[in-house]
Ligand binder design. Structure first.
Ligand code: HEM
Length: 120
């Protein structure tokens, strides 16, 4: 099994920014959550999410956004919305032909943040 970081296995900065863009596009066509992003600046969200993933997956990039609790506090995000985001990420990983190991690691990472995002 490869001992490369998740960052490298996903194609480093370029691969991860393409992934973040697909995730955002999926959110914008997902009926459960698309209204959450109507006022967003897509470039800003894609950039922040790219940095967040790069830094979390073993890259040297710095994450310049807010921590997950601060970013989502007051939105009253439901379980259904959280699951919709997870599905959009998994779909994006399929689009970019990520492997099962990468999908499993990311699913676990997303799940570990649930308490900072749902009903806060
Ligand atoms: C584990 C799951 C999630 C992760 C890792 C995540 C990550 C992030 C990150 C990195 C930001 C940028 C923060 C900043 O700009 O400082 C953000 C913003 C945001 N998130 Fe999440 N998020 C998750 C789940 C959700 C869910 C379930 C929703 C509800 C649909 C949601 C809605 C939003 C919205 C509306 C913003 C603000 C976008 C903007 O700046 O216009 N997030 N999220």
């Amino acid at each position: 099994m490869s001992d490369e970081s998740l960052y490298d296995r996903l194609g480093a900065h370029e691969g991860i920014s393409a992934l973040a863009r697909t995730v955002f596009n999926n959110h914008c066509s997902n009926e459960v959550i698309k209204n959450r992003y109507v006022k967003s600046d897509p470039e800003n969200v894609v950039q922040k999410v790219t940095e967040f993933m790069c830094a979390g997956f073993g890259g040297k990039e710095e994450y310049t956004g807010e921590d997950m609790l601060t970013a989502h506090t007051g939105m009253n995000i439901s379980d259904e919305e959280f699951n919709a985001v997870v599905e959009d990420v998994m779909k994006a990983l399929d689009t970019h032909e990520a492997g099962q190991r990468e999908k499993d690691e990311i699913l676990a990472a997303l799940w570990s943040m649930r308490g900072e995002i749902v009903h806060v």
